[in-house]
Design a protein around this ligand. Sequence first.
Ligand code: SAM
Length: 455
Amino acid sequence: MRKLRWLVRAEAKIKVIAPEVDPEIQKLRDAGKLTIEKSLFYSEAVTASLALVISATNATNVSEEVSAAAMEQGVLVNCVDRTELCTVIFPAIIDRFPILVAVSSMGRSPTLSRSVRGWIELRLPKTLGQLAELAGRLRSEVKIKLPSIDARKAFWEEVFVSKAADEAMYGSMDAAVVEAEKMMASISGDGSIVLVGAGPGDPELITLKGLRAIQSADVLMYDKLANPALLEYARRDVELIDVGKKGPREAVKEGSDAARPSGTILQQEINQTLINQALKGKKVVRLKGGDSFIFGRGGEELLAAAEQGIAVEIIPGITAAMGGASYAGIPLTHRHMSQSVRFVTGHSVEHGANVDWLELAKPEQTLVVYMGLVGIEKILQRLVGAGLSSKTPAVLLENTTLLNHREVFGTLEDLADKVRKEGIDGPSTIIVGEVAGIPAKVKELYALARTSKDS
Ligand SMILES: C[S@@+](CC[C@H](N)C(=O)[O-])C[C@H]1O[C@@H](n2cnc3c(N)ncnc32)[C@H](O)[C@@H]1O
C-alpha cells in the first residue's frame, strides 16, 4: 500500500497481480486508479513495455521470479526488503508536494534513512510546496520579462528568500505574486517606485531596507523633511529631484505657504513626476519624512502609480510622533495613564467643522498633533473647552531627533504662550496627555537617586 499510494499520486498506470487483494487496494480499483488480476505471479506478465515492476510479498521465491523476469525484459524492478534483487530502490521521502526530498542509504539501512528524513523534516517548512506553486504561477511571465538565464537565476534566488516567499508559505498566494512581480519589475527594466520613510530627521533613524533602496535608486526624489545627509548614500550617477513643498528645511516657516501652489496641485505634479520617471524604466525612490503613510500623502502616490500599473514598494519609516516621543522620553502609551494614541493634523483640527472635540479630549488617551504650530492657541483652548483639564501636560517638539531640536513643555493653559515666546518656527509636533509629564518625573527621580548616592 505504501508504494501504491505514491504510484497513484504520480498518476501511473498500475496493474496489481495477486491471488488475494487487500480491501484498500480494492477501493483504489473501484476509484479507477488501478486494475487487478487475481492470479499468482507468472513471468509472462512482465513485458518490455512496462516502466517498473514491484514485488511486495513475503514469498521469497516469488520475488526471485519477479526479479529474474524483469531483468530479462530490461524493466526496472524493486523487491521489498530484498535489495540484492532490485535494480531500483525507493528512498525515504519528505513530502512537501510538489517538492520531494528523497533520502537513501543505498539499501544498507532503511532505519537510518528514516532518521535522516526526520532530521530534515523538522527543518523544512510544512508549506514549502507553496513556494513551488508560486514559481509555477510566475514561470511563463518570468521567461518573457527576464530573457537572460542569469537574470532569471538571480531573480529566483532572490524570490525564495524574500517577503514573496513568506507570503506564499503563509498561504497568501496573490500577495506573494504581487511581491514577486515588484521584484521582477526592478530587475526587468520596467520602472518601479519605492516609497521610503526616512524618519523624522536624524538620518540614523532610517531602516536598513530604506538605506538599501536609496543605494539602488536611479532617481531619488526628496523633500525638505528628509534629511539631506541621506542623499549622500545614493549612487554617484543618481538623478536627484527636489520636490520640496517649502524649500530647504532651514527655511521652513510653518504657515508661510501663501505664495506656493495649492498642496493638491503640487501633489499631482509630484505624482506625475514619479510616474514619468518610472515609465522611463527607472527605479524611482521617493524619500519622505517620517513614514509615507502618516500624513505623508504616500497613499495618493501609491494610487496614482497603481492606476498606471507601476509596481510600488513601501518601506516604513519612523513617524515624527514616535521618533519625537522617544527622543523626548515620552511613552505614548503608559499603563494606568494612557491606553490609546491618536494622530491628528493641526489643519484638520483647526479648520475642520466636523472635528469631534469630545473624542479628542478623552481622558487616558495621548493626542499627537502634526502641523499644529500655526493653530496651537485654538487647538489647546478647544481641548480645554471639550473637558480636558487646563493643567493637562502638553509638549511641543520642534525639529525633533535633530541637533537643533527644541522642546517646550507646559500645560494646555500655558504651552501656546511659551511656544510663541521661544520663537518656534520649525516643523513641530504637539503631544497632549498625562504622558507628556513623564520626562519631568524622570528628571525628578534621577535627581533623587543622585542625592541619595551622594549622602
Ligand atoms: C506633512 S507632515 C509629514 C509627517 C511625516 N510623514 C511623518 O510620518 O512624520 C509634516 C509634519 O510632520 C511633523 N514633523 C515632521 N518632522 C518633524 C520633526 N523633525 N520634528 C517635529 N515634527 C516633525 C510636523 O508636524 C510637520 O509639520
